[in-house]
Design a protein around this ligand. Structure first.
Ligand code: ADP
Ligand code: MG
Ligand code: MG
Ligand code: MG
Ligand code: MG
Length: 634
């Protein structure tokens, strides 16, 4: 979750009073950083993944699976190696929102050699084993996008009891003890987002209307002192009221370094239309609070779970105390492209403060970057530490990072950190995490390869931002990979100027057509990746690994294999205890997660999810001869 500086958090009142201070200095810090680094050149491709995990505790007698709240304890041990020998470690571990969550990344980013694709999965396996060694008997590290029973009765180990008077969430379902206790950032964010909004967050996700779900579906939340939850809960929806329902989900992210700021802008833009496509393809979270929902992805849940906008900002009341109407949560898909090529596709009105925009352009920052930064800076800080209030704006960037890292969007444009060897980077953030390392490695390698294909073939994937927004909504629907079509650019390979055949620039395709191609109409992203690979000198092992990955992506797209979400649904509805009431009982949850665990540890196979060819040649070490022989840097 970005910035994790130590210190003492200020109260919400103090934080609120310093909102303009943080904004003002954050902008100055960005201007200084930009002046220092805009001409930085010659960085090479580096990249890395981030995988988030949950700790699950099984009880084989009671037949329950619960979230184990021991992440802080385990993280302490995991971080010792880094502390003792930061340059020679194979993994890095960071806290995440949940007291049951961990985030792991490779110890060092990967470089620009094809052979690195052969290391990704082995490193993910290493991370899984490394953390698993520290667990108690019957405790398991799982890469699940969402735990099916988060916020349902008795979902934590040790047991906890949510109280609506709690300090942070005031949730009826998600106790403060399930928020990571080892760093004050997480509870502070929770409290401040709720206080800024002026009420608890409200998340309503349509319930899957199986035949025994009452109509309308309406829950009784017990005798309520205040009726905030009863009002916020919608009929036929699963209602959730805490940041933990969203930020307590896991995801898969990747970051790439570009050779300079221009290339970073190009990658930021070109990957944007892929966000909804990859969200649909990686869909892995159909269950919320012990119910089956009618969506397959976490995105709207997280978006609502940190929606700090006031009623005025959401357009429910006339503006009085606030400055702007704001159309989206601070967690959502991006609102504007950054490259010149993208400019004409910026078709949604951008909200920003004209003075901030002018200050940026007066300092030599072009229109596109200035509006991007000014738009991020419509948000107030929602977490401020006393030690960080006063800073040296020539060197520090904490105030800039404060706002930047709490704009949780599909893509992130990351400037180089101060005094580092790191260049301009772009982060790809939409993907849901998959249960096995094989699948996660496949997704990561596919996206990294696509960036190479986009840059070498000078592909143009841009479509109007408003259409990307439409695709984001479609991507989350149940079974979107098979059932939906998505706006996509019709001709991605030829220059815009040459493209004058009277046909519209974008049209609707299925995910299958986008990934695998449509005869005579669209080449398909995997065929393009394969033609790129054919022009390169790839060693045999890497070739074999990458082909296994591309096959998985192709078969998920065509529907030959199930998405994680579709498979999870199928498992639940075919469970003997399932009563067609969309309820995931303790026992169903236990059996489901046990099965997941057996698949991950290769005790059973799951061809409908993974296919039959899941053995890659992945290897932790790169043979020196192969690295040397690979002359063409990517
Ligand atoms: P955040 O949580 O802010 O996205 P992390 O530090 O958790 O950031 O993860 C950053 C990712 O970027 C990791 O996968 C890491 O391996 C990778 N990375 C580190 N240095 C570079 C670099 N110079 N270029 C590209 N990626 C990098
Ligand atoms: Mg994270
Ligand atoms: Mg991270
Ligand atoms: Mg992060
Ligand atoms: Mg990240």
């Amino acid at each position: 979750m970005g910035l994790l500086s130590e210190g003492s958090p200020l109260s919400w009142e103090e934080t609120k009073n310093l909102a303009d201070h943080v904004r003002k200095h954050g902008i100055i810090q960005f201007i200084n950083l930009y002046k220092r680094l805009r001409d930085r050149q010659g960085d090479i491709l580096k990249w890395g993944d981030e995988v988030e995990y949950m700790l699950v505790k099984f009880d084989d007698e009671a037949k329950t699976a619960k979230l184990s709240l021991r992440a802080a304890e385990i993280l302490k041990t995991l971080n010792e190696k880094e502390y003792n020998d930061p340059d020679n470690i194979k993994s890095l571990w960071r806290p995440e929102y949940g007291a049951y969550m961990l985030e792991g990344t490779p110890g060092k980013p990967y470089g620009g050699l094809l052979v690195h694709f052969n290391v990704v999965e082995a490193n993910m396996k290493y991370r899984r084993q490394e953390a698993s060694k520290l667990l108690e008997p019957n405790e398991v590290l799982m890469s699940l996008t969402n735990f099916p029973r988060t916020g349902a009765h008795d979902f934590t180990d040790p047991p906890t009891h949510p109280t609506r008077n709690s300090e942070s969430s005031k949730s009826l379902f998600f106790p403060d003890e399930a928020i990571y206790p080892g760093h004050p950032r997480f509870k502070t964010l929770t409290r401040n987002i709720r206080q800024r909004r002026g009420e608890k967050v409200a998340i309503n996700i349509p319930i899957y209307k199986d035949k025994n779900v009452r109509s309308p579906f309406k829950e009784d939340f017990g005798p309520l002192i205040e009726n905030e939850s009863s009002c916020a809960a919608k009929e036929d929806h699963i209602y959730m009221d805490a940041m933990g329902f969203g930020m307590g989900c896991c995801c898969l992210q990747l970051t790439f370094q570009a050779c300079n700021i221009e290339e970073a802008r190009t990658l930021y833009d070109q990957l944007t239309p892929l966000c909804p496509i990859m969200l649909a393809l990686t869909a892995a979270s159909p269950f919320y609070r012990g119910y089956i929902s009618d969506v397959d992805c976490r995105w709207n849940v997280i978006s609502c779970s940190v929606d700090c906008r006031t009623q005025e900002e959401r357009g429910l009341k006339p503006l009085n105390e606030n400055k702007f109407r704001i159309s989206k949560s601070r967690y959502d898909s991006i609102d504007s492209y950054l490259s010149e090529q993208g400019e004409k596709y910026n078709d949604v009105p951008l909200t920003y403060d004209d003075e901030v925009y002018k200050q940026l352009t007066d300092n030599g920052i072009d229109k596109l970057l200035a509006q991007h930064i000014a738009h991020l800076f419509i948000r107030d800080t929602v977490s401020l530490f006393s030690e960080k209030v006063h800073q040296n704006d020539l060197e520090d960037t904490d105030h800039f990072e404060n706002i930047q890292s709490t704009n949780w969007q599909t893509m992130r444009f990351k400037p180089p950190p101060p005094n580092s060897s790191i260049g301009w980077r772009v982060e790809f953030r939409p993907c849901e995490v998959q249960i096995t390392d094989f699948e996660n490695a496949a997704i990561v390698c596919f996206i990294v390869l696509l960036t190479r294909v986009i840059l070498s073939y000078k592909l143009n994937l841009l479509i109007p931002i408003s259409k990307v927004d439409k695709n984001m909504a479609r991507a989350q629907r149940r079974n979107a990979v098979i059932a939906e079509t998505f706006w996509f650019r019709r001709d991605i390979t030829s220059d815009v100027k040459k493209q004058d055949d009277g046909q519209p620039e974008c049209t609707e395709f299925t995910v299958n057509e986008i990934i695998n191609g449509k005869d005579g109409v669209f080449p398909g992203l995997i065929p393009l990746v394969n033609s790129y690979l054919a022009s390169m000198d790839v060693d045999a092992d890497t070739h074999c690994t990458v082909q296994a990955y591309m096959k998985l992506i192709q078969k998920r797209a065509s529907g030959e294999l199930l998405t994680t979400a579709a498979w999870l649904r199928k498992e639940v509805v075919s469970h003997p205890e399932y009563k067609n009431d969309s309820v995931i009982t303790q026992r169903i949850n236990y059996d489901l997660l046990k099965k997941v665990q057996k698949i991950v540890s290769n005790e059973i196979s799951c061809p409908e999810l993974l296919g039959t060819c899941i053995s890659s040649k992945t290897n932790e070490t790169i043979p020196a001869a192969v690295a040397k022989a690979e002359k063409v840097p990517m």
